[in-house]
Design a protein around this ligand. Structure first.
Ligand code: HEM
Length: 425
């Protein structure tokens, strides 16, 4: 469903943001995310209404939390803020569809403790530093081959040829999913996160049937892994783990969605975001070329600057007072990471992209608390290795046109990013 807001320039958006009465105000506008003009709406909330109730717009009624410290406080307070009612702000239509069709299965990101912990710990071994060390050689080899296959001197879509391809390869390995079918993972992720009219989704039926196709493929993989001795991949861990082997089908499907979307969109959009940000800030690109040891810091700065998941939502389990407002038990609360990462009381010149910042442990993009991103290290590793290999090969990657952006208030990313590599080193 489209928001009833037409695309506008940043200046027009600023005027609208500062002239809309706060009781008719919402920052949750997918059109403005797609247009990259949502920033003034968050700025106004941070300045004037850091805990803001909204009943207008396309989405369910919700509180918006926009300042860094408040987001951190809620994210780490899982006793009063539950994930069990869903962690994504939805339109009433989209929630009704998933409830009606039974595609609302909960993975452990949508669970509270103790159940959350029981399931999280089954797959955690795949993400420890020793496990990731074993992945490094493979990631580097793939990065090199992929970069060597790119056309030189021609415009091509970075999102399709690099960002989607590289992250699909990693995810296929983590799942031990048939490698030749890896792009199905990207496709299914796009089907699951989009609504009709956006991405590859044409209508609700197609979204449903394609989601079922994904679930059937994973049901078959699960049955196959159950029949085999345990192996070191995510499906086998779910199949044999004490906390997950007897879980209902719907929960398994919820975990599949979590791992596909968590592993796909986020890293993919950071990869595209890094090329875009370095082009927007050529002085930072020069710095990186001059000193490749800045790559890990650049990766973290990109993850902050991009904020690949714009928010996470919770539901209050009791009445909570914040900044003179009462969040009532049962109210939906949205932590806007995209806003907290631009809070100038916490981060200096937050709209600037500065690759030398020491931001890895401070940015909000991976969340904090019991649900902190399990894949954060594997995401950083993929990005670091790919950039190490890029700098060895290409003096520059030029952005040829503005990207098209994802129409979503959740996934903050790019649909296309036309680039050109003028020459090899
Ligand atoms: C959870 C962001 C990459 C798997 C999360 C959360 C965020 C997030 C915001 C929720 C945090 C919270 O509620 O406090 C990101 C970003 C990534 C990324 C920005 C890339 C730049 C990945 C990758 C994987 C992954 C590559 C797996 C392959 C997960 C899982 C959870 C999670 C399993 C659920 C953790 C839990 O509920 O305990 N991620 N993620 N993520 N992410 Fe990521």
């Amino acid at each position: 469903m489209k928001d009833a807001i037409s695309p506008d320039t940043l200046e027009e958006s600023r005027e609208a943001a500062y002239s809309t009465p706060l009781d008719q105000f919402t920052a949750a506008q997918a059109d403005r995310f797609a247009n990259d003009t949502m920033w003034p709406w968050f700025q106004r909330l941070r300045e004037e209404a850091p805990v803001h109730w909204s009943e207008t717009g396309a989405y369910e009624p919700h509180w918006s939390i926009t300042r860094y410290e408040d987001i951190l406080a809620i994210d780490t307070d899982h006793r009063r803020f539950s994930s069990a009612e869903g962690i994504v702000l939805q339109t009433p239509e989209s929630r009704a569809h998933s409830l009606e069709r039974g595609t609302d299965g909960a993975g452990f990101i949508t669970m509270d403790n103790p159940q959350h912990n029981q399931q999280r710990k089954q797959v955690s071994p795949a993400f420890t530093p020793p496990s990731l060390d074993k992945l490094k050689g493979l990631l580097r080899e793939r990065a090199g081959n992929l970069l060597d296959s790119l056309p030189v001197g021609e415009t091509f879509d970075w999102v399709d040829l690099v960002s989607k391809e590289y992250t699909a390869m990693t995810l296929a390995t983590l799942f031990d999913f048939p490698f030749e079918d890896r792009r199905k993972l990207t496709y299914w992720s796009d089907i699951i996160t989009n609504t009709p009219g956006f991405g590859p989704v044409t209508d609700w039926d197609q979204k449903f049937y394609t989601t079922m196709e994904c679930f059937t493929a994973f049901d078959e993989l699960l049955a196959e892994r159950k029949a085999r001795p345990p192996s070191f991949d995510l499906i086998s861990m779910l199949a044999h783990g004490e906390g997950t082997r007897d879980m209902p089908k719907k929960e398994f499907h919820g975990n599949v969605v979590l791992l596909i979307v968590g592993g796909n969109d986020t890293t993919r959009n950071t990869l595209s975001g890094s090329v875009y940000a370095l082009n927007k800030h050529p002085d930072q690109y020069d710095r990186l070329r001059a000193d490749p040891s800045l790559i890990p810091a650049m990766v973290s700065e990109t993850i902050r600057w991009q904020t690949p998941l714009a928010h996470m939502a919770r539901v209050a389990l009791e009445d909570v007072e914040m900044h003179g407002q009462t969040i009532r038990k049962g109210d939906r609360v949205v932590m806007w990471y995209v806003s907290g990462n631009r809070d100038d009381t916490k981060i200096d010149s937050p709209d600037d992209y500065q690759i030398g910042r020491d931001i890895r442990k401070a940015h909000l993009s991976f969340g904090f608390g019991i649900h902190r991103c399990l894949g954060n290290r594997v995401a950083e590793l993929q990005l670091t290795i790919l950039w190490e290999e890029i700098l060895k090969r290409f003096p520059t990657i030029e952005v040829m046109e503005e990207p098209t952006r994802t129409h979503s208030v959740f996934v903050k990313g790019y649909e296309t990013l036309p680039v050109r590599i003028p020459e090899r080193i």
